[in-house]
Design a protein around this ligand. Structure first.
Ligand code: 6GU
Length: 245
């Protein structure tokens, strides 16, 4: 997969992308991540990329010309085509479904705005998707772009150490994930649950599944709607709920 990111602040991405799973996926040749500074396509001695808002109001907006020029140049850099995702707090809320959709693409282009965002013509004529990462305002689309790219890259087959890891992760099963423990078996008097030390894989799986159900019912009951639970699980869960969890 080829990922291109258009931003005024390519330096912000370097730390997060040079560590851990993203770095491993890049080093393994599973994905290439290409950062492009929109300012490189801005004209004039000062390469100005932003301007005042028509009609008045606070803040600055990113001018269309450098963004369109950057996009056209970046498209020419490789033959593949794919989604163009514009990060904006007014976008559709990012979630697992879109992560999987984007991870299936051969190419992904991400537009990260700053200031008050992009001129509306960028939204209308360059973006295929407008995406927000949640109901809070950030200073720019850079951190959201990193969030999106991280979520997408870990879905690429082979990006995680173990092939089971993606499948096992909470949102793939639609549930929040059970707590994990490591050694020692007792720490400051707090015990690791016996079942995890037992070596009975079937029992461990059952315990984890039930912990997942319980945690989800407590914290995110909305996620349980429409999930295929067995009758046994439904009964067990309603028992727990009757006992006030
Ligand atoms: Cl995508 N951009 C900005 N600036 N703020 C956000 C966001 C995006 N998603 C949540 N807050």
């Amino acid at each position: 997969m080829r990922i291109d990111i258009l931003t005024l602040f390519p330096g912000m991405f370097r730390g997060p992308f040079d560590e851990s799973i993203i770095k491993r996926a890049v080093d393994a040749g599973l994905v290439s991540i290409n950062l492009h500074n929109i300012r490189d396509w801005a004209e004039g001695k000062h390469q100005v990329a932003d301007d005042y808002v028509y009609g008045g109001g606070p803040g600055m907006v990113m001018k269309p010309e450098p963004v369109f020029a950057a996009m056209e140049a970046v498209l020419e850099m490789a033959p593949e085509r794919g989604p163009v995702v514009l990060m904006t707090p007014a976008g559709r809320k990012f979630g697992h479904g879109l992560t999987v959709e984007l991870a299936a693409a051969e190419r992904l282009i991400v537009l990260s705005g700053h200031y008050e965002g992009f001129d509306a013509r960028v939204h209308e004529h360059l973006a295929t998707h407008e995406v927000s990462i949640g109901d809070y305002v950030l200073s720019g689309g850079e951190l959201p772009a990193m969030v999106l790219v991280d979520a997408v890259v870990r879905q690429i087959p082979g990006a995680l150490g173990s092939p089971d890891s993606v499948e096992e992760e909470s949102f793939s099963a639609g549930l929040l994930e059970a707590p994990h423990y490591t050694r020692p078996p007792e720490f400051r008097g707090w015990q690791v649950p016996d079942v995890l030390l037992s070596g009975h894989h079937a029992e461990v799986d059952k315990w984890r599944r039930r912990q997942n159900l319980l945690l989800t019912a407590r914290r995110r009951p909305d996620l349980l709607e429409g999930l295929p639970l067995s009758n046994e699980e439904k009964e067990w869960l309603s028992e727990q709920m009757e006992q006030g969890f």
